[in-house]
Design a protein around this ligand. Structure first.
Ligand SMILES: Cc1cc2nc3c(=O)[nH]c(=O)nc-3n(C[C@H](O)[C@H](O)[C@H](O)COP(=O)(O)O)c2cc1C
Length: 175
């Protein structure tokens, strides 16, 4: 990919909330996307995050109870990222724990990798964590952090424009 390809990828990625139930993501593509997450940087290289790949119909159906939007249950694959706070790096000055940052970087790598493979995704954190813990049979200290459906949008689906972003002027302070 050339330099512009990278920036185009970032511009073109949208959160997709419609999936073709019949069209599965090929297994080798799933593995390539997971690999992008595996290679992501984490604080002190602690890699405190686990990747759960949910693809069996019965499991997808159960997982739907944690986030009841219909498009969520239409996706053929869902990645759920979980982690234990004690596995993540902690800042000595104030006890700040990097678990969520590490998970977000791993997920962002996977979401951009998915985009480059033509696979649609949508970050989700508005799920019920208690349901996720039950469905995935997580231990008490394993925290559900982020998830995304993965799949193809249906024929005729119109990808929307990028929602307005703040300008650099609003975001940046130079010193
Ligand atoms: C940390 C995070 C959590 C999000 N949680 C949800 C969610 O629970 N449900 C949802 O529909 N979208 C969720 N989104 C998607 C955002 O709404 C979306 O990224 C934002 O509106 C910008 O749109 P875009 O992704 O198409 O650029 C989340 C995004 C991020 C980064």
């Amino acid at each position: 990919m050339n330099k512009n390809g990278f920036y185009e990828l970032i511009k073109n990625r949208r959160s997709i909330r419609a999936f073709d139930t019949e069209r599965k993501v090929p297994e080798n593509t799933i593995v390539k996307i997971l690999e992008a997450g595996r290679l992501a940087p984490t604080a002190s290289n602690r890699q405190p995050v686990k990747f759960h790949v949910v693809q069996e119909r019965s499991m997808l159906r159960k997982l739907h109870n944690c986030y009841s939007k219909s498009w969520f249950s239409d996706a053929p694959s869902v990645f759920v990222l979980t982690g234990r706070r004690e596995d993540a790096w902690v800042r000595t000055f104030d006890g700040y724990n990097s678990l969520e940052i590490d998970a977000a970087i791993m997920m962002d790598h996977m979401i951009l990798a998915a985009e480059s493979e033509g696979i649609s995704t949508c970050w989700i954190i508005a799920f019920d964590p208690a349901v996720v813990k039950e469905v995935l049979e997580l231990k008490a200290d394993e925290i559900p952090l982020i998830m995304t459906p993965l799949g193809y949008f249906p024929d005729g689906y119109v990808k929307r424009e990028m929602p307005e972003r703040k300008s650099l002027k609003e975001l940046v302070t130079y010193y």
